[in-house]
Design a binder for this molecule. Structure first.
Ligand code: CMX
Length: 136
């Protein structure tokens, strides 16, 4: 099985990402200029034990993913991070207090019967971020 190594995110606002990743307890471990590619890379390791690629097949033509496909075309739709059981409400409160825009007032039920909430792309450098945890 292939092992996920990293996900590259293009940004024009590094401080916004650094602030959000600090709130999510994802510190930077390494920065490196890659002159040949015209970038400086900043690495924030994430635990990837049993991560999946989730293919989103639309069933509701009015749904958010159908809208995404129509507006932006196919491609990466969101990143999902799992937090410890019982920790989602606390993390959401911390993010809200820091001015990060969440989609739901309280987490909803998602795939695998997990609790989910989302950070709006406007608060996460143009990337939709799903936060998930085991439901109690
Ligand atoms: N990634 C990055 N940007 C996105 C995006 C995505 N997935 N979806 C929308 N955007 C952009 C829009 O293009 C728009 O950009 P502009 O302002 O430049 O036009 C911007 O975000 C704001 O959009 P919006 O008008 O607030 O809202 P949308 O109607 O486009 O909906 C969002 C965006 C995030 C609120 C909606 O997609 C949503 O509710 N998502 C959460 C639910 C979800 O995505 N479910 C599917 C996955 C379920 C699962 O994995 O289980």
């Amino acid at each position: 099985m292939l092992k996920l190594q990293h996900i590259g995110i293009a940004t024009d606002n590094l401080p916004q990402w650094q602030r959000l990743l600090a709130l999510l307890s994802l510190p930077k471990t390494h920065s490196e200029a890659v002159k040949d590619q015209g970038v400086v890379t900043h690495f924030h390791p994430i635990a990837t034990d049993q991560a999946s690629l989730e293919l989103l097949e639309v069933t509701d033509p009015e749904g958010t993913v159908a809208k995404f496909l129509a507006k932006r075309g196919p491609g990466i739709h969101h990143l999902a991070f799992e937090v410890g059981k019982g920790d989602l409400e606390l993390l959401c409160a911390k993010l809200q207090a820091a001015g990060i825009k969440l989609l739901y007032e309280t987490p909803r039920l998602g795939a695998h019967s997990k609790l989910i909430n989302f950070i709006h792309p406007s608060s996460a450098g143009g990337v939709l971020i799903e936060l998930t945890c085991e439901s109690p």
